[in-house]
Design a binder for this molecule. Structure first.
Ligand code: FES
Ligand SMILES: [Fe+2]
Length: 450
């Protein structure tokens, strides 16, 4: 085949040095299409433990903001700059009614109302005329969430069943990436990398040796996102991880460090809940909740240290000597190594990128639909509370059969498991648990070799 000059050996000179990012998906500032789309959802913006008696300066979706907790516990999220002469309110003082600018003392309520202008004449109408930009917040699970979209379009705050498990110990922590949100989020749709990056053939596995077995992946798509399974044949068992991807940036997955596919497990729950939050176009914080409970990972006190939590989730910590990072790179090295914003026009997507392409297509469709006037579908739409989710693991005792291709068998079983989860979505709590577990065991019995 006659290759173009740039695709020939030693053809570096001919390679076009340019390249473009996928701006439609990567730009999240105010009034950009993807920025508008992101603003239609609730997102975590800080850890509750970051709030002290002083204001906290943050940046979310390209906006500079200040977050503070009033003495009565109410939380305010305001535009960073004072309406008067634009002093930064990070230097302000928290008072009973709100946040007071340090420069001339203008006082703002948590809803942005201008409550006092102490140096102005008593007849001043400034308080009636002005209001600082503010956003509604909610505090849950050790995180502060905000909604930054049009007030009339504010969706219901989503509460997922995975966040209502009795006895669950939750550990919130941030995972910071100096790069665009898309390359962080789509790593969750690129399950195949686990086989290579996290389970090197010439080194210790970052998780478990079974991660090195090539997975069989089955996707189910919905208007709010994707459920997918990643399954591995481990002796006579099928070890099946379940991942939830809810657009645009929410993911949940199974355990990474207590599972090796050995012991049967039915409807294990997720070990991590993640929101991939763009701070701006080149900085992202993944707000993480690690779960420790009998159906996810067991609790050990040392896990609560942030470095250990990072390691549990991505196999390595971010803060390591350069040489060690070269010897044993992890998610952080690969994702940040793509550059501040990946040059998507220079990628060569391949068979393992089916999930990445699917995710981009779905986000693009939703971004364009919103630009044309159709708001995104929220995962609250079905009406069941708390919202049923799937993230977790199953280990099913379903041996391979001499009479059929094992990959085909695993695909068939994965589809049936996804259907079992789907069919149980009108139920919650123990009712859903028992139905799913009962049907998983029945499935196992159906495939038993007598
Ligand atoms: S700049 Fe804030 S009160 Fe003057
Ligand atoms: Fe990874």
């Amino acid at each position: 085949m006659d290759r173009p000059a740039a695709a020939r050996p030693f053809g570096g000179y001919h390679v076009d040095p340019g390249g473009e990012a996928d701006h439609e998906l990567t730009q999240v500032g105010p009034r950009t299409p993807a920025g508008e789309y992101f603003r239609r959802f609730w997102h975590p913006v800080a850890l509750a433990s970051d709030l002290t008696t002083r204001p906290l300066r943050i940046r979310i979706l390209g906006e500079d903001l200040v977050l503070f907790r009033r003495p009565d516990g109410e939380i305010g999220l305001l535009h960073l700059h004072c309406l008067h002469r634009r002093a930064s309110l990070e230097w302000g003082r928290i008072e009973d009614q709100g946040l007071r600018c340090c420069y001339h003392g203008w006082l703002y309520g948590i809803d942005g109302r201008l409550l006092e202008t102490p140096l102005e004449p008593p007849t001043s109408k400034l308080r009636e005329r002005l209001c600082l930009g503010a956003y509604p917040t909610k505090e849950r699970w050790g995180l502060i969430f905000a909604y930054m979209g049009p007030p009339d379009e504010m969706p219901e705050f989503p509460v997922y069943d995975s966040l209502c498990i009795e006895g669950d110990v939750l550990a919130p922590y941030p995972h910071k990436y100096p790069c665009n949100w898309l390359q962080v989020a789509e790593n969750s749709m690129d399950h195949d990398h686990v086989v290579y990056l996290h389970t090197p053939k010439d080194g210790d596995p970052q998780f478990y040796a079974s991660w090195g077995i090539a997975p069989t992946i089955v996707y189910q798509r919905f208007d709010y996102g994707i459920h997918y399974t990643y399954s591995r044949r481990v002796a006579d068992k099928i070890w099946m991880g379940m991942e939830d991807i809810y657009l645009p940036n929410f993911t949940q997955a199974g355990c990474v460090f207590t599972m090796d596919g050995g012991k049967p497990k039915y409807f294990g729950r997720n070990a991590f809940t993640r929101w991939v939050v763009p701070l701006d176009d080149t900085n992202t914080t993944v707000f993480m909740l690690a779960h420790f409970n009998d159906r996810a990972d067991p609790f050990r006190a040392e896990y609560l240290e942030e470095a250990n939590l990072q390691k549990l989730e991505s196999g390595t910590t971010q803060d390591r000597p350069y040489e060690e990072r070269q010897r044993d790179p992890g998610d952080f090295e690969t994702i940040v190594g793509l550059g501040p914003v990946n040059l998507h026009s220079r990628e060569h997507l391949s068979a393992t990128d089916r999930g990445v392409s699917m995710f981009r297509r779905m986000v693009r469709k939703a971004v364009r639909a919103l630009a044309d006037g159709t708001p995104p579908v929220q995962h609250t739409a079905a009406g069941v509370r708390p919202i049923p989710t799937n993230g977790g693991d199953n280990v099913l005792d379903i041996p391979a059969r001499a009479s059929c291709d094992d990959r085909e068998l695993v695909i068939e079983v994965s589809q049936r498991v996804l259907d079992i989860y789907r069919d149980s979505e009108s139920l919650t709590g123990e009712a859903r648990d028992s139905l799913v577990i009962e049907r998983l065991k029945a499935l196992e019995a159906e495939y038993a070799i007598s």
